[in-house]
Structures are given as structure tokens and as C-alpha cells.
Design a protein around this ligand. Structure first.
Ligand SMILES: NC(=O)C1=CN([C@@H]2O[C@H](COP(=O)(O)OP(=O)(O)OC[C@H]3O[C@@H](n4cnc5c(N)ncnc54)[C@H](O)[C@@H]3O)[C@@H](O)[C@H]2O)C=CC1
Ligand SMILES: O=C([O-])C1=[NH+]CCC1
Length: 324
């Protein structure tokens, strides 16, 4: 705890986050969190829908995301900024997660929130893919080539072995860099990238519909991670109205998801209800739909469960290194 020893709390960097927690275990942690959220009072999660402070002068946003879980006894909050038109070299999303002692309210840790956001978002998507896929998938298409594209390529491969992973990005050079890093192929045209894909992950900063239903294979699982404002879109009405729609949180979706609000698509369930078995998936032909989709907006509980797990790991390591 060298650099932290004079503070009553610890600071945990992004590099340490990566060392302390793996994607596979975070997937299971997110599955618990998603289930608890959907169990309402019984699940013991308290989390208001994110408050977003708009910084219109700079086209930025500051999200405030507090949460408590009585089941895991975790209390904390994330502060996240997202600046879609970011300047070169500055990440579009920056964050810190604070971990508090739920018994006293005392600050225990400030954890780098960038790495937590990257990992927990992809881990939640991997839970959703596992819950929604009806058969083993072959082709994964990732639309977008930023940091979430990379973490999703890692997380989705944990439970599924894709024979092909495709990346499409607005900039061919950035798509190529991303594809090289994650061992995937670049597709230069979006319809080609989507053709016959079993799983489609949309991780862009698009504000207008980008993915069209006519380009998707019937039965595709679509995971939409971007478009977190009521006036932003990533998917067209054809995708939305022909999908069996699941979300991380109904309350958040009805406030923040432009794709859901503007298309008028009905929400079938929260993904936690599918994971727990409370809402079994109907067959697509029975419900007259073509696609299954998960709309992820990101929830505070995902950050607080991750931050608490990382904090406990960090403290265990410190204790085991203390001279006796
Ligand atoms: N649901 C959740 O829990 C979370 C969602 N997000 C969202 O995921 C998305 C991706 O985030 P990051 O990878 O961190 O961002 P990033 O800045 O690293 O990457 C964004 C990608 O979107 C592309 N892009 C920007 N505008 C576009 C457009 N009009 N059409 C097509 N592509 C476009 C960029 O070229 C880049 O490849 C964002 O919308 C972000 O807000 C991020 C964190 C958590
Ligand atoms: O959950 C999250 O951290 C975010 N969701 C959209 C932008 C950031």
C-alpha cells in the first residue's frame, strides 16, 4: 500500500484492477447483480436511475451512479464522464468508482473506473448473450472499434467459441487496429459484417440508427451497448420492432434508451428475469419476432459490485504481503 499508506482509504489503479479480477469471474458477478436487480425488494438492490448532468457547452455528460446491495453488502458510486466528440488521445469515457463501508459510510477505496466500466459492461453483455442464445453461435460481429469493442471481443469468447469474429468501424484504420488486437477480421462494409452473424454487438457512439433489420439474420442476438440518451439511436425501427427486447433495467430503458423510446418497442423482460428463469424465453415464431436483443445502459450496481470485489482482493493481497 506504499503510495496509499498515509491515506485512510486506498487508491486502486486500472492496471491493478486488471491484475485483481478476471473477466470470467466478473461475468458471474454481473449475473448475480442482474438477477438481484430484477428480484426487486427481495434482491436487495437500491439504485436510482443514473442522474446525468449535461455539459452542453462542451457536448459532454457527467453521470452519477450510486448503489447498495444488501445481499453482497456493497455500497458505493461511480462518477462517469462521457464526451462523444472527444479530442484525440483523451478517452471518451472516464470514471472513478468509490467503495464505502456499508456499516459506517466510511470511504474505503477510490478505484479507477475506466477499467471497471470496460470490463463490467462486456461481462454484463456476455451474461445476456449466454441467456439469450438458443444454440451455439458461429459468427460474432462487433460494430464499433473503440474500447468496448475490445472488451466485448474478450468477454463474449469466454463462453462461446466463434469460428469467425468480425469488426466493422467507421474508420477502416481503427477497425484494423482493433481487429489485429483481438484476433478478428475487418469488414469494410457494415451489411457484409452483419451478414449471417449469430451475435451482433453494437458499441458505437452513433446518435442515428446505424444497424438495419434488413441486414440481420433471423434469430440473431443483438446486444446494443451504445445510444444511452433518449434522443440517440444505434438501431433502426425494423430491428427494434422485430426484436424480443430485454434490458438491464426497465426504469433506465424508459428514461435513457432512444432506441426503445423512439421506436415504441415493447420490453419483454429485464435480462435478470431471463437469467433467473422468472421469464422463460418464448420461441421467436411463437411471439412473432425475428431477433433477440439486449439493450444495455449500464447500472451502478455493476460498478459497485465490481469495485467491492476488487477492493477486497486488493486488501487480501496487502494483508498476505505484510511481514509477520
Ligand atoms: N451500456 C453500458 O454500460 C455502457 C455503454 N457505453 C457506450 O458504449 C459505446 C462505446 O463506448 P467506448 O467503446 O467506450 O467508446 P470509444 O470512444 O472507445 O469508441 C466509440 C466507437 O464508436 C465509433 N463511432 C463514433 N460515432 C460513430 C457513428 N456515428 N457511427 C459509427 N461509429 C461511430 C468510434 O469510431 C469508435 O469506434 C458508447 O456509446 C458508450 O456510451 C460505454 C460504457 C458503458
Ligand atoms: O454505465 C456507464 O458507465 C455508461 N453508460 C453509458 C455511458 C457510460
Amino acid at each position: 500500500m506504499a503510495s496509499n499508506c498515509s491515506l485512510p482509504f486506498v487508491y486502486i489503479s486500472g492496471e491493478e484492477v486488471r491484475r485483481l479480477v478476471g473477466m470470467a469471474e466478473l461475468i458471474e458477478e454481473m449475473a448475480r447483480g442482474l438477477r438481484w436487480v430484477s428480484e426487486r425488494d427481495e434482491g436487495g438492490v437500491v439504485q436510482p436511475v443514473r442522474t446525468v448532468v449535461r455539459v452542453d457547452k462542451y457536448c459532454g455528460n457527467l453521470g452519477l451512479m450510486p448503489a447498495y446491495s444488501s445481499k453482497s453488502d456493497s455500497l458505493g458510486a461511480k462518477l462517469v464522464t462521457f464526451y462523444p466528440h472527444q479530442i484525440e488521445g483523451v478517452p471518451s469515457h472516464q470514471a472513478i468508482v468509490i467503495v464505502l463501508d456499508p456499516r459506517t459510510g466510511t470511504l474505503q477505496a477510490i478505484v479507477d473506473g475506466v477499467e471497471i466500466t470496460n470490463m463490467r459492461t462486456a461481462a454484463a453483455s456476455a451474461c445476456a448473450a449466454r441467456a439469450l442464445l438458443q444454440q451455439a453461435p458461429r459468427v460474432l460481429c462487433i460494430v464499433g472499434s473503440g474500447v468496448q469493442a475490445r472488451s466485448h471481443a474478450e468477454a463474449l469468447r469466454i463462453h462461446h467459441s466463434f469460428s469467425e469474429v468480425r469488426i466493422w468501424g467507421r474508420s477502416a484504420a481503427s477497425a484494423q487496429r482493433c481487429a489485429d488486437e483481438v484476433r478478428a477480421k475487418v469488414s469494410l462494409s457494415l451489411p457484409d459484417a452483419l451478414r449471417d452473424a449469430d451475435v451482433v454487438v453494437a458499441v458505437t457512439l452513433a446518435t442515428e440508427p446505424l444497424i438495419r433489420g434488413e441486414w440481420l439474420k433471423t434469430g440473431a442476438v443483438v446486444i446494443s451497448v451504445g445510444a444511452c440518451h433518449s434522443d440517440w439511436r444505434e438501431l433502426d425501427d425494423d430491428v427494434m420492432l422485430n426484436s424480443l427486447v430485454t434490458v438491464d433495467s426497465c426504469d433506465a430503458a424508459m428514461k435513457e434508451s432512444g432506441d426503445i423510446i423512439q421506436s415504441g418497442a415493447e420490453i419483454f423482460a429485464e435480462i435478470g428475469e431471463v437469467i433467473s428463469g422468472a421469464k422463460p424465453l418464448p420461441s421467436l415464431s411463437d411471439c412473432g419476432k425475428k431477433f433477440l436483443m439486449f439493450k444495455s445502459l449500464g447500472m451502478a450496481i455493476e460498478d459497485v459490485l465490481s469495485g467491492t470485489l476488487i477492493y477486497h482482493r486488493f486488501m487480501e493481497r496487502q494483508t498476505s504481503r505484510q511481514p509477520t
